[in-house]
Ligand binder design. Structure first.
Ligand SMILES: Cc1cc2nc3c(=O)[nH]c(=O)nc-3n(C[C@H](O)[C@H](O)[C@H](O)COP(=O)(O)OP(=O)(O)OC[C@H]3O[C@@H](n4cnc5c(N)ncnc54)[C@H](O)[C@@H]3O)c2cc1C
Length: 292
């Protein structure tokens, strides 16, 4: 199906993109990889009058270490996150999440910024970035602000991004030595999107006990959920298989998932515990290897 007609601008600078966004307001949409927006336009779920293509803004592409933070440009494609040596070494859970998104074509075109601002409840990056306590840099003509992942994802396809703002960078704190990260996903066999998924960040004490745990679950609601009961059950404990299993069993606490034709609400809650356990076990193995 063809989308409704629209005007197309290829912005040559961030300032120009912001000018166009300010001028056309609610009628304008930013275009990154186009792998969520263009299908939505073809299905007439979105009908922007103006598309502002960010594709030429090379400053918004790439990954770098900035002090104790991994800074990822909003236009960085999933494949570059998945294959980055830096990410695989310092944040393997993030590389894992990027590598299971869609297929090779989606990963070569889709951008991390497009994924988080689109805020699909079945998306992968929101879950792992919530577990990793990431922040999002939002820029408008008026200001530049940082919003934490826990404040960014508001509802189905809804974030804290204002209509005159552009997401320029995702900032992920680099975990200290003795930390482990992991992502485990149950994919829908037809679409590849998340049925349930879990992201984990564990920090070990030198004694081998868990100093802190940050666990996020996808697929149980409008966006990523922090599994606070699971986190509390891991903190201060030696991470034996029994402790991990008991903590993971709390992964769906407080959630109210909707059943659908593929998976009932009970099945999603059950699988959330299974995938939380897998992510925690892998993060624990990695944190033990980094010598905490
Ligand atoms: C077949 C298929 C399978 C997929 N499977 C998965 C999957 O398994 N897991 C998963 O997580 N995703 C999946 N996706 C979605 C994919 O990851 C998209 O690429 C991603 O959601 C959107 O990124 P994009 O760069 O294509 O954004 P676009 O489609 O260009 O834009 C999406 C939205 O974000 C806004 N936007 C984009 N960039 C910015 C920015 N810098 N600042 C502010 N707003 C911005 C746009 O205005 C638009 O509203 C799949 C997509 C397809 C087509």
């Amino acid at each position: 199906m063809f989308p409704p007609s629209f005007r197309y601008f290829a912005a040559r600078s961030l300032d120009e993109a912001l000018d166009l966004l300010t001028r056309d307001g609610e009628d304008a949409r930013l275009l990154a990889g186009g792998h969520s927006l263009i299908p939505a336009m073809k299905l007439r779920l979105a009908a922007p009058r103006t598309l502002i293509d960010l594709g030429r803004l090379n400053d918004l592409r790439g990954l770098r270490v900035d002090g104790d933070t991994m800074a990822i440009g909003a236009l960085t494609v999933h494949a570059d996150v998945a294959s980055s040596d830096l990410v695989r070494r310092r944040l393997p859970g993030l590389a894992e999440a990027a590598s299971v998104i869609g297929d090779a074509q989606v990963r070569n075109r889709g951008t991390i910024g497009g994924s988080v601002t689109h805020a699909d409840p079945g998306a992968d990056f929101p879950v792992i970035l919530t577990a990793l306590n990431a922040s999002f840099v939002l820029v408008s003509h008026a200001e530049k602000r940082m919003v934490s992942a826990s404040d960014f994802f508001i509802d189905f396809f809804t974030t804290a991004l204002a209509t005159d703002e552009i997401l320029t960078e995702i900032r992920v704190p680099l975990p200290p030595p003795g930390a482990g990260t992991a992502y485990a996903k149950m994919s829908h066999p037809a679409s590849g999107y998340v049925v349930v998924s879990a992201g984990a960040l564990l920090i070990h004490q030198p004694s081998g006990r868990c100093e802190s745990a940050s666990i996020a679950i996808g697929g149980l609601g409008s966006g990523p959920l922090r599994a606070r009961g699971t986190e509390a059950a891991l903190q201060g404990r030696a991470l034996t298989a029994e402790v991990i299993a008991a903590a993971a069993a709390k992964a769906a606490e407080g959630s109210n998932p909707e059943g659908d034709v593929y998976a009932s609400a009970d099945y999603k809650r059950h699988m959330a515990a299974v995938y939380a356990r897998r992510a925690i076990e892998e993060a624990a193995r990695r944190s033990a290897r980094t010598g905490g």
